[in-house]
Design a protein around this ligand. Structure first.
Ligand SMILES: O=C(O)CCC(=O)C(=O)O
Length: 297
């Protein structure tokens, strides 16, 4: 039976801040807000390693609006802004997401990660587009204006550890986190903007599920709700869940910054105590990544 080694963990503590703020129609004001929240976080915790931003932080979350806010990567205003912010504060940034204008002229919901010199070290295009219809409650169809990405994103976060990156609806598909964990990731990041219908029902459950499935930390960063302003109402509740499924920190639904220190021993202990990563039976479920099983039923 093949055994995969997924014991690889964080090399040292990682101090993160989750910036939960509301993004409106004015892109410059949205970027200014990121600047203010970042300065505040660094002032409150000067030894921070990493800032995490929410999904769609430079635009309203609206399929009609993405075309008005999309930018090329690299070269666009938002990429430059985040790169400079990382450099200025010497901090890594998981840069939420914003609409990208691809070289194929399609628009993607894209997340960039920067190292503390301002270099892009990862780019993830949302793989699973949020197309749902719950009659009378919630209808959304990202595929009206967005194209999906076609890759799982797993990368080395500076000298900390390997990490995986997904965007919002991507969390509903356990495969991305599994792929990352099996490549040695110790943390999954999900910038996300759940809503007031699916948020209360699912947000925490998914964070806990992906954490326990894979014995990784899960970091989810949401926009704040904007009750007075109307439009899409994000759930909020940015949170960090540890590899045992315990919620370590959680915001409410208003603007806020939450801080957390991720620790190597917690991952090591979880994996040592209950060694699921070396007990997998790939001989039994080797075809999990195909639809062959469903077709047989
Ligand atoms: O999965 C959900 O319930 C919400 C997903 C979402 O809001 C998104 O993908 O942007």
């Amino acid at each position: 039976m093949p055994i995969r080694n997924t014991m690889s963990v964080l090399s040292k503590n990682l101090k993160v801040a989750l910036l939960q703020f509301h993004a409106g129609a004015d892109k410059k004001a949205n970027l200014q807000k990121v600047k203010e929240f970042a300065s505040k976080a660094i002032t409150q915790h000067p030894s921070l390693d990493l800032l995490v931003l929410p999904e769609c932080f430079n635009s309203p979350y609206s399929v009609e609006e993405f075309k008005n806010y999309c930018e090329p990567i690299p070269g666009g205003e938002t990429t430059e802004f985040l790169s400079n912010l990382a450099k200025e504060h010497k901090v890594s940034i998981v840069g939420g997401s914003f609409p990208e204008l691809g070289s194929d002229n399609k628009i993607y919901n894209t997340s960039l990660t920067f190292d503390k010199t301002g270099k892009i070290i990862a780019k993830h295009r949302k793989v699973h587009l949020f197309d749902i219809d719950i009659p009378g409650k919630m209808t959304f169809k990202e595929s009206i204006s967005l194209a999906p990405g076609d890759k799982a994103t797993v990368f080395q976060l500076e000298d900390f550890c390997k990490v995986g990156l997904g965007i919002c609806y991507d969390i509903r598909f356990p495969e991305l986190a599994m792929v990352a964990a099996r490549q040695g990731a110790g943390i999954m990041f999900y910038p996300g903007a759940f809503n007031t219908v699916t948020g209360p029902k699912f947000w925490t459950k998914f964070a806990v599920a992906r954490a326990i499935d894979n014995q990784v930390y899960v970091v989810m960063c949401s926009p704040a709700r904007n009750v007075a302003g109307g439009g899409y109402q994000a759930y909020g509740h940015s949170m960090v869940v540890d590899p045992n499924g315990d919620v370590l920190v959680e915001a409410g639904h208003d603007e806020d910054i939450v801080y957390c220190e991720l620790k190597p021993d917690v991952i090591t202990e979880a994996r040592k105590n209950i060694p699921i990563s070396t007990q997998r039976r790939f001989d039994v479920y080797h075809d999990v990544a195909s639809d062959a099983v469903a077709k047989d039923i």
